[in-house]
Design a protein around this ligand. Structure first.
Ligand code: ADP
Length: 493
């Protein structure tokens, strides 16, 4: 180990120093990546009728990991037909307790193969292995376990009513939590007796494809889950398919709008989980060091690639200088680098396109008068990287306080009174999540009641549980995932 004394950009010597650890990479040999993947239709991997494939890369070093099939309209149609057939012939006829067995099996196999999934998630998406190992994969397994428990108890979830499945669900997911989002979509759909066609994001298809091996291992009947890989156009073909009963989408507000238009006037049920611009509010009576860790967890771990990221820090004016100086010091200590290294805090940005978006928005922030402070860590020479960044002197009118940046960039605003905190927190077109830090229970209960956000974390941040519904207000979408509310999105009465 070596101590490395650094200077902060404000000229102040950073107090203490960063301990340099020897590299501790997770072995990547545990996962066997195929050179080429087909589409998963009717229980097996098949060549795409389109004849086309695209590459998926490791964003940490731009290495090509595999070629993945591109599904065109005909391929999507094949997948929907397989799902319809499986729905009518098998899945909708199975008693709940039989469906539950499959979900339990999937959850168990996910746990058994969790290292493999964690390594693959970090390779394909760039997130630190600590996050994929400790958050993404365990939560994905927990989601299957949780919904296995509901499959034969739906009548108790909706007392006095008779829930029945909707039919075939088309599901489209983003690149920030590839396996976890697949679990959030697939588990409730299957528990309620629906079948699925799922489209992963184009930059992170590999863990969804590995999940198909788990379905095979679990003997899930063919056609119950089908996975079509491709780009936004593939997603659009799926949404437009006339034989879907339900569309579930997680992604950007722009695409969410297109999807809402595409399903308007059809029988398709819709749930949308879209962008966010969460306020993380810290009152002067908060336990400040604990709050700093929560803020760091809320925006820097996972590179800010979280729709519920605490990207706006609202700090009470009396403690603003203290909080900002602690934050500056803390981001110097974040370890940015190899996602497979167990010591890494901040991994790679998911794609070149996303990196350019972050760079563009931060440049606009500086132009509009925000003060920029960045970690002076050494970035790897290849791949897509962005320094942990704090923007201060931000006001609600600034673009960086309004637009979702989706990167490791925190915009700091100040407030004087609890009323003002609520007013700024709600001054956004989004409403997915919020955080509040205070030692007064009455204060956070009042804040939670007044802020328009689907989730409000008190003295913590980014905590998930399959039993707790997640979803947005306003332009963050509608419908909930998780808990009984999440089941309601997959049943009719
Ligand atoms: P981001 O901008 O964060 O990449 P997107 O909303 O573009 O998020 O992507 C989320 C998912 O939606 C991805 O799987 C993507 O392929 C898909 N997608 C993009 N455009 C469309 C569209 N017009 N219709 C359906 N799905 C789409």
């Amino acid at each position: 180990m070596r101590r490395d004394d650094r200077n902060g950009q404000d000229g102040q010597a950073v107090q203490g120093s960063v301990w340099q650890y020897s590299p501790a990479p997770e072995a990547r040999e545990i996962v066997k990546i195929q050179p080429r993947y087909g589409l998963f239709i009717n229980g097996e991997f098949v060549e795409p009728r389109s004849g086309r494939y695209f590459e998926t890369i490791n964003p940490a070093n731009e290495e090509v990991l595999a070629e993945v099939a591109y599904a065109d309209a005909e391929d999507v149609d094949r997948a929907v037909r397989a799902a319809r057939h499986a729905y009518e012939q098998v899945w909708s006829k199975l008693p709940g307790k039989e469906r539950a067995k499959y979900l339990f099996r999937i959850a168990r196999i996910l746990q058994e193969r969790s290292r493999e999934f964690a390594v693959l998630e970090s390779l394909d998406g760039g997130k630190p292995i600590r996050e994929s190992r400790d958050v993404d994969i365990p939560l994905a397994a927990a989601h299957f376990f949780y919904h296995a428990g509901w499959a034969d108890k739906l009548a108790y979830a909706f007392p006095g009513r008779t829930p029945r499945p909707l039919g075939v669900a088309g599901q489209i997911i983003p690149w920030n939590f590839p396996l976890l989002m697949a679990a959030w979509k697939i588990a409730p759909a299957l528990a309620c007796g629906n079948t699925v066609v799922l489209k992963p994001a184009e930059t992170t298809p590999l863990t969804a494809l590995l999940l198909c091996e788990v379905f095979q291992q679990a003997d899930l009947p063919p056609g119950v889950v089908n996975i079509v890989t491709g780009d936004g156009q593939t997603g659009a073909w799926l949404v437009q398919h006339p034989d879907l009963d339900k569309v579930a989408f997680t992604g950007s507000t722009e695409v969410g709008r297109l999807i809402q238009k595409a399903v308007a006037g059809t029988r398709k049920r819709l749930t949308l989980e879209l962008g966010g611009k969460a306020a993380n509010v810290i009152f002067e009576d908060a336990a400040i060091d604990q709050a700093i860790e929560g803020i760091i967890n809320g925006i820097y771990f996972n590179q800010g690639h979280v729709c519920c990221a605490g990207s706006r820090l609202l700090v009470q004016e009396s403690i603003a200088d203290l909080v900002i100086s602690k934050l500056r010091r803390r981001i110097q200590r974040l370890r940015v680098g190899d996602p497979l290294d167990k010591n890494t805090d901040v991994g790679a940005i998911n794609s070149r396109r996303q990196l350019q978006k972050i760079e563009r928005l931060v440049a606009i922030g500086v132009q509009e008068g925000a003060e920029l402070y960045q970690s002076d860590c050494v970035l790897p020479s290849k791949g897509y990287w962005y320094r942990p960044t704090v923007l201060t002197k931000v006001s609600t009118a600034h673009t960086v306080a309004r637009e979702e940046i989706f990167g490791p960039v925190l915009s700091v605003l100040t407030f004087r009174t609890p009323d003002e905190a609520v007013q700024i927190a709600n001054n956004t077109r989004y409403g997915l999540s919020a955080g509040v830090w205070t030692n007064k229970g009455s204060k956070y209960l009042e804040f939670a009641a007044r802020v328009k956000a689907g989730v409000v974390w008190c003295n913590t941040y980014n905590k998930f549980d399959p039993a707790s519904p997640f979803g947005g207000y306003k332009e963050s979408g509608f419908g909930r995932e998780g808990g009984v509310h999440g089941l309601a999105a997959y049943v009719a009465f």
